[in-house]
Design a protein around this ligand. Sequence first.
Ligand SMILES: C[C@](O)(C(=O)O)[C@H](CC(=O)O)C(=O)O
Length: 309
Amino acid sequence: MSLQPLTGAKKLRQLLKDPNNLVLCPGVYDGLTARLALSIGFDAIYMTGAGTSMSRLGWADLGLATLDNMRSNAEMIASLDPAVPVIADADTGYGGPIMVSRTVTQYARSGVAALHIEDQAQQKRCGHLLGKVIVDREEYFARLSAACQARDATESDIVIIARTDARQTYGFDEALERLQKAVEIGVDVVFFEALESKEEARKVCEVFKKTNTPVLLNMVPGGVTPAMSAQEAKEVGFRIMIVPGLCIAPVIRSVTEEMEHLKNQGTPTQLNANEGVVRGFKLCGMEECMEIDRKAGGKAYDTVGETKN
Ligand SMILES: C[C@](O)(C(=O)O)[C@H](CC(=O)O)C(=O)O
């Protein structure tokens, strides 16, 4: 619905040019959480695969979400404000090199600014769970080469982020070497999943400072990586920080309370009574839509904003 041109990828590349800038991205998983993030004014937002899997499929992040599920969610989120870059989870790329190439092309054409591709086996899981199976280097590097080639062949600005999950199974050095090779292949950003200490975080940032490759920090509350604020992440040398689960815990907590209230008292809470649905509609572009109608000479929505709610 937004009529602006798709400029997210270009904008993200600009933001990444400044070595002293940290791009802080709240994790969102649907239209409403994306609208909330946009209304607060973040420079970029992150579409979480875990959240997409739970909200679109109702299932845990265990490799159930398909390219189609993920791409269509990312496209919808990226369309809400095409000037704000959306970094989206692309899991394993959903297959071999041909499929990875298709994933990158489709994400780019859907207005996604950046995507990350990892080295877990297709039967993947959240990077902070145990028992991850990691593909060999050859298979991982083929995924990344396909991703970079698709970016270049389509002359897209999409930012390719190499994620490695190898830390848990093969140790720090193997994970680091994989990302170093990823930079040689041509990726734009590196993502060392499930860093186990601040020392490891510092080491990774130091190594990639030499090639001026931005490093992404995945801040999962209760996950493997020690908690860091955006300020601290910046001091350590990270250039992007995603907080994938930002909306998930508050939604589970507050909606459970609301459900319990309705079940036990037979009525919604005061929050529901005070905050009508129009607040949500306003957040979700109601006025922008009405303006389009008005400008085109339509009269259908003249009085829409005046309802009690
Ligand atoms: C980044 C991540 O891939 C995601 O789906 O958002 C997850 C986050 C999570 O499960 O909390 C991850 O594997 O780290």
